[in-house]
Ligand binder design. Structure first.
Ligand code: MN
Length: 236
């Protein structure tokens, strides 16, 4: 058998330790409306823990990742929004069937912080017509990400905060305790619909404060006390 074209190399994200290690990426799952304050600012009903139903899930291609912080301003939009998010790296294949939340933690290899960049104007137009979000969410360079930190080094997520500064100004900050669906709960929910595999990343949703980025903006995203990274929106 001969490939008719060159097989693309997997996208890899650097890992803090062991030194020089990388995480080859398979897929990127993303969670929408996973902080009540952000759901509210987007005009959606606040997910009530008692009646929350199931989370909004969507995907980005693995090659949307940006490892060096250099983000080209995307075509086709005049409203590029930032969403700072916890990123979970899956280190082994889930067993067949629906994953018990109590067993989900064993799949987590590492954590990072990333931006779910969004063409908000295109996403809003798609939402209004009941159409898919792909052009608003799954575009090239739409997922800048930090290095990944092994879960054992990151420690417990409880009490930790996510934050995003743009040109030195605090734009977003939220406590991971305020997630509507926790990491084990989200892995359980994904497993109802997809077979989670080693190499998958999960972007866990953003707190309030989403806003526009402009060419030339510099940003710093942090999972406070664990990892942060800085980058820049390149000129058009
Ligand atoms: Mn998001």
């Amino acid at each position: 058998m001969t490939d008719l074209i060159a097989a693309p190399a997997p996208v890899r994200v650097p890992v803090r330790s062991p030194a020089g290690a990388t995480f080859p990426v398979r897929r990127i799952f993303c969670v929408g409306r996973n902080f009540a304050d952000h759901a509210r600012e987007m005009g959606a009903a606040m997910p009530d823990p008692a009646t929350r139903g199931h989370p909004v899930l969507f995907c980005k291609p693995a090659d949307a990742l940006v490892n060096d912080g250099a983000v080209p301003y995307p075509s086709g939009t005049s409203e590029l929004h930032h969403e700072v998010e916890l990123v979970v790296a899956i280190g082994r294949d889930a067993p067949d069937g629906v994953l018990d939340p109590a067993a989900a933690g064993a799949l987590v290899l590492a954590y990072g912080v990333g931006l779910d960049l969004t063409r908000r104007d295109l996403q809003a137009a798609a939402k209004a017509k009941g159409l898919p979000w792909d052009t608003g969410k799954a575009f090239d360079h739409s997922a800048p990400i930090s290095e990944l930190v092994p879960a054992g080094e990151a420690g417990a997520l409880s009490g930790r905060a996510l934050s995003l500064r743009v040109n030195g100004e605090l734009r977003q900050r939220g406590l991971l305790d305020d997630l509507v669906w926790s990491v084990p709960e989200i892995l359980h929910e994904i497993s109802r619909l997809f077979a989670l595999k080693a190499g998958d990343l999960v972007f866990m949703g953003t707190p309030a404060g989403v806003a526009a980025l402009q060419p030339g903006d510099r940003f710093t995203a942090a999972l406070e006390g664990v990892v942060e990274f800085s980058g820049k929106i390149l000129p058009r």
